[in-house]
Ligand binder design. Structure first.
Ligand code: S3P
Length: 169
């Protein structure tokens, strides 16, 4: 059903890329890949350790390597780290390699989720700093082929993505 072999999910931290990606992959019966998980497997460190021991630039290098290898995947739903599209303009590469989907959510809701969930995120410092990063990255996220309102129920988000993807056939 997919025109493209790969679907990349974009969006700010906390928007649900991994949860939605996994559910979408199950619905479409195709493999799921999470770039953050791949970076952790590749380096045998968790993301916080990578940031603390080697710095953000090294993390950005690792995630770019993971992204470049996704061209080898025949079919996959790929959840990307929130900073991947703006890392060295990799949004352009993803737009070439597959269908890109921006999971859009207002910053206030993202901030609440970021504070509640237990995922360690070394980028998170203050509300002001996160809001500025969100505003900066939003411009890039809007370069996705498809934008979906990620505040809806997961099942509705999945239905909408499946519909939008099939239109791109
Ligand atoms: C980051 C987002 C994180 C992870 C890393 C950096 C970012 O992924 O890649 O902590 O720069 O926005 P999630 O968006 O899945 O939280």
């Amino acid at each position: 059903m997919l025109k493209s072999n790969r679907v990349y999910l974009w969006g700010f931290m906390g928007c649900g890329k991994s949860t939605i990606g996994l559910s979408l992959a199950k619905t479409l019966s195709i493999p799921f890949l999470d770039t953050d998980q791949q970076v952790e497997m590749m380096s045998c460190m968790n993301i916080t350790e990578i940031f603390h021991q080697h710095g953000e630039a090294y993390f950005r290098f690792l995630e770019s390597q993971v992204l470049h290898h996704t061209n080898l995947l025949h079919q996959a739903i790929i959840a990307t780290g929130g900073g991947l599209p703006s890392n060295q303009n990799l949004f352009e590469r993803m737009n070439e390699l597959g269908i890109t989907i921006y999971l859009q959510m207002p910053f206030d809701e993202l901030w609440q989720r970021i504070q509640k969930d237990h995922v360690q995120r070394p980028m998170v410092k203050s509300f002001e700093q996160m809001q500025a990063l969100y505003l900066e990255r939003e411009k890039i996220y809007h370069k996705a082929h498809i934008t979906v309102n990620a505040t809806m129920q997961t099942s509705k988000i999945i239905t909408q993505i499946v519909e939008e993807i099939s239109k791109k056939k």
